[in-house]
Design a protein around this ligand. Structure first.
Ligand code: ADP
Length: 660
């Protein structure tokens, strides 16, 4: 039953644990998925708010007249590939490729005459003189600018390079007059930029180190004018702008190989590419078709891009982004999952890669849809490094296993204790049964002998008076034996019911010995026991119940006689040991094996408990002795060798030493 009670819960626990462990990976997966679901929501929120800021930035920058600062910002900071801006009516604002009309050199004007001399008749010196005259006299600053450029060209051709450069730089860095109209302002800027380009080519032809400051100054002026011009300045038409930008890039490359790789050259290159693409997009992309404020796929110049069309009250803007350059739109994801054990990959509607880590293997543990501005896009989450699922699950499983092992251990301990308790109870029962058998046997034996003796006397079957006396004496002896036995039972019974009250008082050890000897005297004589008694002198009094302690000594002496077969030599020694009075009863009897040493003090315990044994008794004597000694706060010990004899020693505290 008990084994069943241990095995059944253990098996159930093991089964339960195996189920829990099997489910643990699933549970951990769900827990982590729930955790990262929140993180994904956070990433989406950040992405959305970044996108809102992006649109707000477009709104702010679209108000200005010049699209170049916006193009520059989008290309250099947001990785845009191109830009188109339409007005409310659908007409293109940027990139415009208009041709600037000019009537400065109309037939009959002084400038036309000078051109004639310079280009048709190749009278360079005369042309130079004519240009100088126009520059000095013309009321139009625009014409003066053109005349200076013409003179510079002629001087260069005449070999006067330094004078040509001086003349050209006057044109290149001339202050624009105030109050120019739209067309005139554009014409002025274009002419000035052309003068700067001419200056670049002239500088390239000289080896004059004096020009080291002029060259960067010219390049700076051009560069600023191209993409870096203040927003309120009118933008150059895109084709002109591109032409100048390419020339500047060439000049930079020519200047030195180092400046070809400089950030400025790199920037210029990007802007040139973006502007070229913008020109193609302006021709091919519709102004109003499609949704606004959502990313969509589009093709420009045979390349795929992600487009974003945004509308303000007066303008519509189209930003083109390369597919792989959407990092800035996805900073929400980058920031949320930076330094985490999770990597993400963002794919477009057709499953094409857009952002995050491109080479993630296996199955994602979580997939999320991006905000509405990214239609059809999704983000897949993967665990990086060693499998976090597995690690977390393993940690949890270890906790379960340890707990399970502990519970099983506790079940076994509790079971073991229960088995021991039940075993003890079974043994006690067994002992009680044996006891009843022994008691009946022990009681019957003296009764039967008395019956025989009395019957013999009654029937007068005695030879003489002496025999009659002998029979009566035997009857008395059997009677005494019966009484002693019943006394023992009664003492034991009182002990069992805790009904014994000891009368502890200062007692002389010698007095105890005297009374005990008197009690066993007859028995020892009839059993031919030789008893040697030695009581040390000047022993202190002990605190004891006189009668109870006499019972202790009588029982020990009785046993010593009982368990000694022939040549019974018994000694009783009383002496002082460790400030206690010791009573040692020694015999040369059958002795006791070590395993019985403790058990003999238990109730009903007998080394030989067969009914056929020769000695009387029912296994109560020593348990009574121990009970009394304990009540006196004393100790009893046995020292015995089988076949050689035993010594039982009782130690009792001295009267004055008592604590209470
Ligand atoms: P019993 O009535 O059987 O003598 P006790 O409680 O007095 O019961 O003793 C318990 C058992 O201890 C005895 O049955 C006996 O086997 C053993 N025993 C007691 N005293 C001695 C002794 N002096 N020498 C050997 N065995 C002893």
């Amino acid at each position: 039953m008990l084994v069943f009670a241990i095995v059944l819960p253990t098996l159930s626990l093991l089964w339960f644990m195996s189920r829990v462990i099997a489910n643990e990976r699933l549970v951990v997966g769900q827990k982590l998925a729930a955790l990262y679901q929140d993180k994904l929501a956070e990433a989406n929120e950040l992405t959305e708010s970044h996108f809102t800021n992006y649109l707000a930035n477009l709104d702010t920058n679209l108000i200005s007249a010049n699209a170049y600062p916006l193009l520059r910002q989008l290309v250099l900071q947001e990785h845009a590939a191109g830009l188109v801006i339409w007005d409310a009516a659908g007409a293109i604002i940027y990139p415009q490729s208009s041709v600037i009309s000019s009537d400065d050199a109309a037939i009959g004007t002084p400038l036309a005459e000078a051109w004639q001399l310079e280009f048709s008749t190749a009278q360079t010196a005369q042309a130079a003189a004519r240009y100088a005259e126009i520059a000095a006299t013309s009321p139009s600053p625009q014409v003066v600018l053109q005349a200076r450029m013409g003179r510079s060209r002629c001087l260069a051709r005449l070999g006067q390079l330094d004078s040509a450069i001086t003349e050209c730089s006057r044109a290149a860095f001339a202050q624009p007059p105030d109050n120019l109209d739209f067309q005139a302002a554009l014409r002025w800027r274009l002419t000035a930029d052309n003068a700067r380009l001419l200056l670049l080519s002239l500088i390239a032809r000289t080896q004059n180190p004096g020009n080291t400051t002029l060259l960067p100054r010219t390049l700076d002026a051009l560069h600023t004018d191209l993409f870096n011009a203040p927003p309120q300045q009118l933008p150059l038409p895109a084709n002109q702008n591109l032409f100048i930008a390419r020339k500047v890039l060439d000049a930079l490359r020519r200047q030195s190989p180092a400046s070809a790789d400089s950030p400025r050259a790199d920037e210029l290159n990007k802007l040139i590419t973006a502007e070229s693409l913008s020109l193609v997009a302006a021709d091919t992309q519709p102004s109003a078709a499609g949704q606004t404020d959502v990313f969509f796929e589009t093709t420009v110049d045979h390349q795929s891009f992600i487009g974003l069309r945004h509308k303000t009250r007066s303008q519509t803007v189209l930003v083109l982004l390369p597919k792989s350059g959407l990092e800035s739109a996805l900073t929400g994801y980058r920031d949320t999952f930076a330094r985490s054990e999770v990597a993400y990959r963002i794919t477009g509607p057709a499953g094409e890669y857009i952002g995050g880590q491109p080479d993630l293997k296996g199955k994602p543990f979580l997939t999320a849809i991006l905000p509405a501005s990214f239609p059809g896009w999704k983000a897949d989450l993967y665990f990086t490094g060693s499998d976090v699922f597995e690690q977390t699950a393993r940690r949890q499983i270890a906790v379960y296993l340890w707990t399970g092992a502990l519970v099983i251990l506790l079940i076994f301990i509790a079971g073991g204790l229960a088995i021991r308790a039940v075993g003890r109870q079974i043994r006690l029962n067994q002992m009680k049964n044996d006891f009843i058998a022994t008691v009946s046997h022990e009681l019957k034996t003296p009764l039967a002998s008395m019956r025989v003796l009395v019957d013999t006397l009654l029937e007068g079957r005695v030879r003489n008076e002496a025999q009659a006396q002998e029979y009566l004496r035997l009857t008395v002896k059997e009677n005494e034996r019966l009484s002693r036995m019943i006394d023992n039972f009664l003492t034991f019974s009182r002990m069992e019911r805790h009904k014994v009250a000891f009368n502890l008082a200062a007692t002389r050890p010698g007095a105890l010995v005297h009374d005990a000897l008197e009690s066993v005297h007859t028995k020892f004589n009839s059993n031919r026991c030789t008893l040697t008694v030695s009581v040390a002198e000047n022993l202190p009094d002990i605190r004891a119940d006189h009668d109870a302690m006499v019972t202790v000594l009588v029982n020990l002496l009785d046993n010593a006689c009982k368990y000694t077969t022939e040549n019974k030599q018994i000694t009783l020694k009383v002496f002082l040991r460790e400030n206690q009075v010791a009573f040692a009863v020694a015999d040369n009897g059958i002795g006791l094996a070590r395993r019985h040493h403790r058990k003999i003090f238990e109730r009903f315990y007998q080394v030989d408990n067969s009914l056929a044994r020769h000695t009387e008794g029912c296994g109560l004597g020593l348990s009574i002795v121990k009970f009394i000694v304990d009540a006196h706060r004393g100790r009893i010990s046995v020292d015995s060798v089988p076949g050689e004899g035993s010594t039982f020693t009782v130690l009792l505290p001295v009267a004055g030493n008592d604590i209470d």
